[in-house]
Ligand binder design. Structure first.
Ligand code: NAD
Ligand code: MG
Length: 411
């Protein structure tokens, strides 16, 4: 899809089944399904909902197996449904554990049904990793507006997901801060006036660490991000800069832009969240504190803007904004992102699965920090590439890449 034809994330007139416009007419709260409510994005989403003065209401909370956290959340926000995807974990929820009026559902299928329910107005897709694809797919298939944090969905199956949304009338509004920034900057011009899109990156904790010592990085060091507080997987992805690689692929499909129009710029302060350069030389950027509540709220309230709990920039204090080109030798993962965005097809699915498994191997011990990009690059080269895969092909290659990483780690 070319940039000149708006992708599924672009704004259009509010539609009756989903949108702040519809809510404004009848005064009803927008009912939100928060998938991954116990995680970093999920908890920030509940903050946004709590501060929304009744504009949003948590209708469904879903998590994998964090039973104690989700029960506490249920008492606080009184959703209609709590979903625990892991059946064994759900058994820990005894009678009376949930508040009156909240029902328990279990398993991935139940989650598919609930996100498609007519009572759900917006879905926040904040499950981590490939596991998030299924419920995002179900929500889009039902024509929902999805506030998409789970970038892995687009990395794995971008063309399939955007085609599905076009067919069903579902919409994707990005939560990822860079993509939320680009989404906003693109409102300043037409698609054919865009020259390039520049994603900013903090550079993570190892931006200035001697490249030769990266093989010795410990999980504790990789989990210490200088500007953002996030879940463990994306924090490691930020340290390898695989996160930016995945975001290049995400942007390619979300905005329907050719890969050679996408660039990365290191910006250690994480204040400029991304930039769009137009053909006349003007550059539009979106600035804000590094606080995910701002883009989450943007995705929920879009196309309107409303006051919210996100931290504000303080322009009464001196502030620096630094920019530097990324170091592709220190961060080989970035090169893989450019490559997978350009190749399309199954490249994103293989890169994503290999990375997920390698990050797991690194966090659980056994794999070195530098092994992550190495094994990802190798599998990207070796995999049986398909240019126009089906969802089954994507799933098959996802499983293949995971097995290969496990084999590699065992040698
Ligand atoms: P997290 O690890 O903090 O939380 C993950 C959530 O997903 C938890 O609620 C967990 O229960 C749930 N989950 C995991 N596996 C599941 C499964 N099989 N079924 C159902 N639920 C499952 O992760 P996070 O940092 O909140 O990130 C969530 C997503 O948002 C990721 O895709 C990440 O890339 C993206 N994202 C996060 C941030 C951030 O600041 N944290 C920023 C941009 C994008
Ligand atoms: Mg991001």
């Amino acid at each position: 899809m070319p940039l000149s034809s708006p992708g599924p994330s672009h704004e259009g007139p509010p539609r009756p089944h989903a949108g702040a416009g519809a809510e404004a007419v009848d005064g009803q709260a927008l009912r939100v399904a928060v998938l991954g409510s116990t995680g970093s994005i999920g908890r920030s989403t509940l903050d946004v909902i709590a501060a929304s003065d009744g504009l949003f209401q948590a209708h469904v909370l879903a998590a994998h197996r964090s039973v104690a956290t989700i029960v506490e959340q249920a008492w606080r926000v009184r959703p209609r449904f709590v979903v625990i995807v892991d059946a064994a974990a759900a058994e820990e929820i005894g009678p009376g554990a949930l508040p009156p009026g909240t029902s328990l559902a279990t398993g991935a299928e139940a989650l598919d049904d609930l996100v498609a329910d007519p009572q759900v107005d917006r879905v926040v897709a904040a499950i981590v990793g490939a596991a998030g694809l299924r419920s995002t797919w179900a929500a889009l298939e039902a024509g929902k507006t999805v506030a998409l944090a789970n970038k892995e969905t687009l990395v794995m199956a971008g063309p399939l997901v955007t085609r599905l949304a076009a067919r069903s009338g579902g919409r994707i509004v990005p939560v990822d801060s860079e993509h939320a920034a680009i989404h906003q900057a693109l409102r300043c011009g037409a698609g054919d006036e865009v020259r390039r899109i520049v994603l900013t990156a903090s550079g993570g904790p190892f931006r200035t660490r001697p490249a030769g010592s990266l093989a010795d990085v410990t999980p504790q060091e990789a989990l210490r991000h200088p500007t953002w507080s996030m879940g463990p997987k994306i924090t490691v992805d930020s340290a390898t800069m695989m996160n930016k690689a995945l975001e290049l692929i995400e942007a390619r499909w979300l905005f329907g832009v050719e890969a050679d129009k996408l660039d990365v710029l290191v910006h250690p302060q994480s204040i400029v969240h991304s930039l769009v350069e137009f053909v006349d030389g003007s550059v539009m950027a979106q600035l804000g504190s590094p606080d995910m509540r701002v883009p989450i709220q943007y995705a929920l309230s879009h196309p309107r803007r409303v006051a919210g709990p996100g931290r504000r920039l303080d322009f009464t204090q001196a502030m620096r904004l630094d920019f530097e080109p990324p170091d592709l030798v220190r961060f080989p993962a970035l090169r893989l992102g450019h490559e997978a965005a350009a190749r399309g097809g199954t490249a994103g699915a293989v890169l994503n699965a290999a990375n997920e498994e390698a990050v797991r191997g690194f966090l659980e011990g056994g794999m070195r920090f530098t092994d992550i990009a190495e094994i990802c690059g190798r599998l990207l080269d070796e995999h049986p590439f398909q240019a126009d895969p089906s969802l089954d092909d994507v799933r098959r290659l996802d499983a293949w890449a995971r097995q290969e990483v496990v084999k590699w780690a065992c040698v």
